[in-house]
Design a protein around this ligand. Structure first.
Ligand code: MLC
Ligand code: AMP
Length: 508
């Protein structure tokens, strides 16, 4: 029987000469393909030695490093389920993820071991390892004692490979379950669609706890046997320095905005480049055009989600249209539906729904939530609102889900509002997304106090900082006397967005 383990396909794409360089880091470290093979085998053997039940989750909250990437590959290889967690998450958030996903193994950085292990041990998890970005920690100490030979675990296409938590518009985060087949189908389609070539070199500058950095960028390079220039963190100057050695770059729009602010960005620095890809948030037309003028390259914008990996892309050959996310990828069926579920005509605005081998297996232990998000005929409701033009290009014009995308990270107002509403003296609050020149949009909180209460905006922010990941913290908070409501009593966030729309104009 064929092994559908995603790692098997990635491994099969390694070049024949395993001594070639697979990864180069900003610190001048080089990893060959043989290093990837051996180290992932050792880590997989460590996981195997723990005798974990089938389908065990491996939760990982560590700084970006090649070893963190190897742990991902090892988890696939051993047949377990990878659960990446943003390093910005605080203890309350981690407690929820661990409680909900019930991982068998937790890996964290050494500086967080105290509080993370406390949460893990309380949840009955026996295996807590550390891993730092300088190649130290108990995980590597233990793996060093394991064999560097490992037979890739056999997995079916719909066996789970990863769970990605994505916040809900109401209630807590949901774990999107992705299978080996979901991810492999998407990786193969993108390899073709973006015309990955022999000799391609990817600058990997994104975090590896979300779809863009972990799947699109990493799988893209690996399935093509391409070298990666691995940057632990996005630094525009470092990217500029590396551009002449690279051919492919992927980033959220903020990365392009920050690169454009560098005087050194020119046609010359980009002359070796083949492809710039943007996604995870809307790419402003002005950024798209400024990039074209400065570099001579046309950014290829694509659209995806945690639940679906990549859905659409502008073409590699043919016109890449700014302000659009291109066409549905091969194998993906995409439609735009009206409120009553009726199909819409060209140019009409409605909800984007999708079907395809890339669409996830459902939300972890939330069957009702899962069925709510699918139509009777099996389409996943993305919560994005869009239209299709006469040439078939898809544009995203808004979202039916109350979501703010800030610098490529998702912020769900309901979560932040719930934290504020729990604070003493608060009657109610609203978080709205306001345009921002660097992050695209950012959250601004409007808070109403209970009669007689004296609220301080900076105090509210300080309390939020102790509870939530830093990117979820509102960039501004205002105490106001009331929130505008419609006749149904619903807060009119559109009026608030309009009122504060110029708040960050000119901010750098
Ligand atoms: C950092 N900060 C942010 C922020 N990132 N604020 C709002 N939104 C963000 N995204 C704040 C911090 O809280 C801190 O504030 C200050 O900025 C500096 O923090 P930092 O860590 O030094 O920031 P920096 O390194 O500059 O990070 C910015 C960034 C990063 C743009 C490089 O946010 C990033 O890597 N974004 C990419 C996210 C991503 O990969 N998304 C893909 C999702 S997948 P203070 O006040 O504490 O100083 C997906 C599907 C798909 O959506 O289609 O791809
Ligand atoms: P996530 O839940 O983090 O996977 O975020 C997915 C969401 O990001 C999508 O539902 C879209 O709203 C948004 N998104 C991704 N790519 C784009 C894009 N190119 N343009 C606009 N929005 C995008």
């Amino acid at each position: 029987m064929k092994n559908h383990n995603l790692f098997a396909a990635l491994r099969a794409a390694f070049p024949d000469n395993l001594d070639e360089i697979a990864v180069e880091t900003e610190n001048g470290l080089f990893y060959s393909w043989r290093d990837l093979e051996r180290a992932s085998a050792m880590l997989a053997n460590l996981l195997k030695s723990l005798q974990l039940p089938e389908g065990s989750r491996i939760a990982v909250q560590v700084d970006k490093s090649v070893e963190a990437m190897l742990l991902y590959l090892a988890t696939l290889r051993a047949g377990y389920v990878f659960l990446p967690l943003n390093t910005a998450y605080q203890s309350g958030e981690i407690e929820y993820f661990i409680g909900n996903a019930e991982p068998a193994v937790v890996v964290c950085s050494r500086k967080n071991f105290g509080w993370v292990s406390k949460i893990a041990f309380k949840a009955g998890i026996l295996n807590v390892f550390t891993l730092d970005d300088n190649r130290t920690g108990s995980l590597l100490d233990r793996a060093a004692q394991c064999s560097d030979r490992h037979e890739v675990a056999s997995r079916k296409a719909d066996d789970l490979a990863a769970i990605l938590y994505t916040s809900g518009t109401t209630g807590r985060s949901k774990g999107a379950m992705l299978s080996h087949g979901n991810m492999l189908s998407n990786a193969l389609v993108l390899k073709d669609y973006w015309a990955w070539q022999p000799g391609d070199v990817l600058i990997h500058a994104l975090p590896i706890f979300h779809v863009h950095g972990l799947f699109v960028a990493l799988h893209g390079a690996l399935i093509n046997g391409s070298k990666m220039i691995w940057l632990s963190k996005f630094d525009p100057r470092l990217v500029l320095e590396k551009l002449p050695e690279a051919t492919v770059f992927m980033g959220v729009p903020t990365l392009y905005v920050r690169l454009l602010a560098e005087p050194g960005l020119s046609r010359e620095t980009c002359s070796n480049m083949r492809l710039f890809v943007a996604g995870s948030a809307p790419l402003l037309l002005e950024t798209f055009q400024a990039w074209q003028e400065r570099t001579g390259h046309t950014i290829l914008e694509r659209y995806g989600m945690s639940e679906t990996a990549m859905l659409t892309s502008n073409p590699y050959e043919g016109e890449r249209r700014g302000g659009t996310v291109g066409f549905a990828l091969p194998g993906v069926t995409l439609r735009v539906q009206g409120d009553a579920g009726q199909p819409l005509l060209v140019g009409e605005i409605g909800g984007i729904e999708v079907k395809g081998p890339n669409v996830f297996q459902g939300y972890w232990r939330m069957p009702e939530k899962t069925s709510e998000e699918f139509t009777a005929d099996g389409f996943f409701k993305t919560g994005d609102v869009g239209k299709i033009d006469e040439r078939g290009y898809i544009s995203i014009v808004g979202r039916s889900k109350d979501l703010i995308i800030s610098g490529g990270y998702n912020v769900y107002p309901a979560e932040i509002e719930a934290c504020i509403n729990d604070m003493q003296g608060v009657a109610e609050s609203a978080l709205v997304g306001i345009p921002h020149p660097d992050f695209g949009e950012v959250g601004v909180a409007l808070v109403v106090g209970k009669p007689g209460a004296t609220l301080q905006a900076d105090q509210i922010i300080a309390v939020l900082k102790s509870m939530l990941a830093n990117f979820k913290i509102p960039k501004k908070c205002f105490v106001v006397s009331e929130l505008p409501r419609n006749t149904m009593g619903k807060v009119q966030k559109n009026l608030l967005r309009d009122q504060y729309k110029a708040l960050f104009v000119g901010v750098t």
